[in-house]
Design a protein around this ligand. Structure first.
Ligand code: ZN
Length: 286
């Protein structure tokens, strides 16, 4: 049973749009925006409530992406009681600047930086998959590893980079984002084997509320982060192995600029822009 209510309102760009409120017995109250000027057919499913997240699996291609993309939001959720589990897909060795370090020493340096940042954000646990940074590896192996870890960790929210970010050229980013999105959509189908049969055989179904993509050009959620912005800045500053002082200054400037841009018209000084979706929306444009 779907009951539509039509209404008209003006967006801030003054184009007249039709706002259709829909009460659906399957999905609850939701809305569809239809504009003749700029058609937008967004998901019909209500946006999951990120503030309800209590156990978050944050899937990143490299050691620093979660914090650069969403560190202030994650710190705020941690302060409200959420557990943060970070999963890093690649070994991140290509970006280490000090060429005199052996791969083992470089890996230790990265983990030291990451542990210092984790201490600031409040990360409870780190998982490393160790795929070669910017190298050749199989999408399906990553995907099956993510199925395994979603079934093990049982998160109620997943964070990942948006694999559909236009002009994203780094394969690690869109491979990780796509594998995370697909695994978030399909982990409940236990006939699909993960990379660990022992995990599959003992998995008990759990509820994943939604997925939040950072590094997105289509944010639908603007997370006001004035209270935790300094935590994010201090955490990002910990990633010394991959940024010289000039590079770090440029990165922090860019993050500050984007955060102020996202905050416009949202009643705060800085915000992180996220695409927050019900995982059912990750298939066939529902
Ligand atoms: Zn990255």
């Amino acid at each position: 049973m779907i009951t539509p209510f039509d209404d008209n309102f003006k967006l801030e760009n003054r184009s007249l749009v039709m706002y259709r409120l829909v009460d659906c017995h399957l999905y609850g109250k939701t809305h569809i925006i239809i504009s003749m000027d700029n058609p937008s057919f967004d998901t019909i499913l209500p946006m999951p409530d990120l503030s309800m997240a209590k156990r978050i699996l944050c899937i990143q291609p490299h050691y620093d992406d979660n914090d650069i993309g969403a560190g202030a939001t994650l710190a705020a959720l941690q302060e409200k009681g959420a557990e943060l589990i970070y999963l890093t897909v690649t070994n991140d060795l290509m970006g280490v600047m000090d060429a005199s370090l052996s791969p083992t020493e470089a890996a230790e340096t990265l983990k030291r930086d990451q542990a210092a940042a984790a201490n600031i954000i409040g990360v409870k646990e780190q998982i490393w998959l160790g795929y070669p940074d910017a190298g050749e590896y199989d999408y399906f192996q990553v995907w099956r590893d993510l199925l395994k870890h979603i079934r093990m960790v049982k998160p109620d929210f997943i964070f990942a980079p948006d694999p559909w970010l236009t002009y994203e050229a780094h394969r690690d980013h869109y491979t990780t984002g796509l594998a995370a999105a697909s695994a978030a959509s399909l982990f409940g189908l236990t006939k699909i084997p993960s990379s660990d049969p022992a995990v599959d055989s003992t998995y008990e179904p759990h509820n994943l509320l939604g997925i939040a993509f950072y590094f997105t050009r289509e944010p639908n959620y603007f997370s006001g982060v004035d209270a935790t912005w300094e935590k994010k800045v201090e955490a990002v500053k910990c990633y010394k192995a991959q940024f010289d002082p000039d590079g770090m200054e440029q990165l922090l400037f860019a993050l500050d600029f984007k955060a102020r841009q996202f905050a416009e018209r949202h009643g705060c000084d800085r915000a992180e822009g996220l695409k927050v979706l019900n995982t059912t929306s990750l298939h066939c444009g529902i």
